[in-house]
Design a protein around this ligand. Structure first.
Ligand code: NI
Length: 419
């Protein structure tokens, strides 16, 4: 798809080769959360070369860039991209395969970082907006607390964005399409650890033991009833036990003293989340007690649900439709039970989390996120970077554009008033 030369995506497409190289360099040199030193350095070098004011070391390895529009205004928009890779051994065979054993960009955060940088390049060069765009390069999205760390470092006190947007590439969606919806888009993620203590002994004399392996089996079965029997069929929740450890595989005649189960709970609604914790605790403790064992539940809330502000999601959808055509905006893509720590920022500021088409349809870029052969589709760079830039231009219009013509600009005053 090509657009008019002034379209942000078309403008950015001129730099396609350069940003493709940049993205592939990040892919070849992935870094885990809070260790993105090289990545941060590459970003900072680019921002410096572009003459963009930026601040490093926010949330350890995070960076915030500030770009002022050609007109002064108190209004501002924050755009956020994540930078970190995953502890996965890459099994793909692309030329820019990871050079770091056991670490790879399997979630496309290399693409997110690149798109935000291309957006920064475009905004700095054109500055067709009034006010300030804050570009937030966030570390450690993959469960290592980067979003929280940036907030703890005074992100919004130092860079007071009025509203915020982020996007994630989505393999199930073809390149050129954008999915936006109001309300929940990603689930809350909680981790559970269940410790069972019995009384170990000889496998031939089980009556002299309290067998934690047997208790574990009953707890595994009982826990399946939480979603199926305690949660409304119209609500959404997942309880998955993903790991079990008990005994010694070399000790076939020893009943162990302890066992452990670990897993995850996913919900959208806080009441559902709290009810699941209550039910898990009741089941775990009483099932174990029924066998004479003791079980404890540790329940850790990791990420809250990612909930899009209705007005900001509608605004983003209008911008996407203006840029790419209404036929390329998907309003009903199902929420994901995956989690996302942009949720912490959305708890502080109105905004929306969008999903950007990444699928190529030929199998090359259609594997799902976190697959060991995953590779971000560089064809998506102009779309994502252009969309982020479009949010700034439409959300912070120049005085000559305000209230004129386009639907985006026309409705803008109502959106501003609601912030
Ligand atoms: Ni991701």
């Amino acid at each position: 798809m090509s657009f008019s030369p002034n379209h942000p995506s078309e403008y950015i497409r001129r730099w396609q080769d350069d940003y493709t190289r940049f993205r592939r360099d990040l892919h070849a040199h992935p870094e885990l959360g809070l260790e993105e030193h090289r990545t941060a350095q590459r970003i900072s070098e680019r921002l410096t070369a572009l003459g963009i004011e930026h601040h490093t070391g926010i949330g350890k390895t995070g960076i915030v860039a500030a770009i002022r529009g050609r007109e002064a205004s108190p209004h501002s928009i924050g755009l956020r991209a994540d930078m970190d890779a995953l502890p996965i051994q890459e099994e793909g065979d692309c030329p820019h395969v990871s050079t770091v054993p056991g670490c790879m960009h399997a979630c496309g955060h290399d693409g997110h970082t690149t798109m935000l940088l291309a957006c920064a390049h475009y905004l700095q060069e054109t500055r067709r907006f009034a006010g300030t765009a804050y570009l937030i390069f966030q570390p450690a999205e993959e469960g290592r607390g980067g979003g929280k760390a940036m907030l703890a470092d005074g992100l919004f006190e130092r860079f007071p964005a009025e509203r915020i947007f982020a996007l994630h590439n989505w393999p199930g969606l073809p390149v050129g399409k954008v999915a936006v919806r109001s309300g929940p888009v990603m689930a809350a993620c909680d981790y559970i650890t269940i410790d069972i203590e019995g009384c170990g002994g000889h496998g031939a004399h089980p009556h002299l033991t309290v067998d934690p392996v047997l208790v574990t089996g009953h707890i595994i079965t009982a826990v399946q009833s939480v979603v199926s029997r305690n949660i409304s069929p119209l609500d959404h929740a997942v309880v998955s036990l993903c790991g079990v450890r008990a005994g010694n595989m070399d000790a076939k005649n020893v009943i162990p003293r302890t066992a452990r189960l670990v897993g995850t709970v996913r919900t959208f609604d806080t009441e559902t989340q709290e009810w699941i914790e209550v039910r898990l605790r009741e089941l775990v403790t009483t099932v174990a007690a029924g066998f004479g064992a003791v079980a404890t539940l540790r329940y850790d809330r990791i990420d809250p649900a990612t909930i899009n502000n209705v007005q900001q999601a509608q605004f983003a959808a209008r911008v996407a439709a203006q840029l790419f055509g209404e036929e390329n905006v998907v309003h009903d893509l199902e929420p994901s039970m995956g989690a996302e720590d942009f949720s912490y920022m959305l708890q502080k500021k109105p905004g929306a989390y969008l999903r950007l088409g990444q699928g190529s349809g030929d199998g090359k870029h259609d594997l799902f996120l976190h697959n060991s052969r995953y590779d971000f589709n560089d064809a998506a760079i102009p779309y994502g970077a252009g969309l982020l830039a479009g949010l700034v231009e439409a959300g912070l219009p120049l005085s000559g554009d305000r209230g004129q013509g386009s639907e985006v600009r026309g409705q803008e005053s109502g959106i501003k008033a609601s912030v």
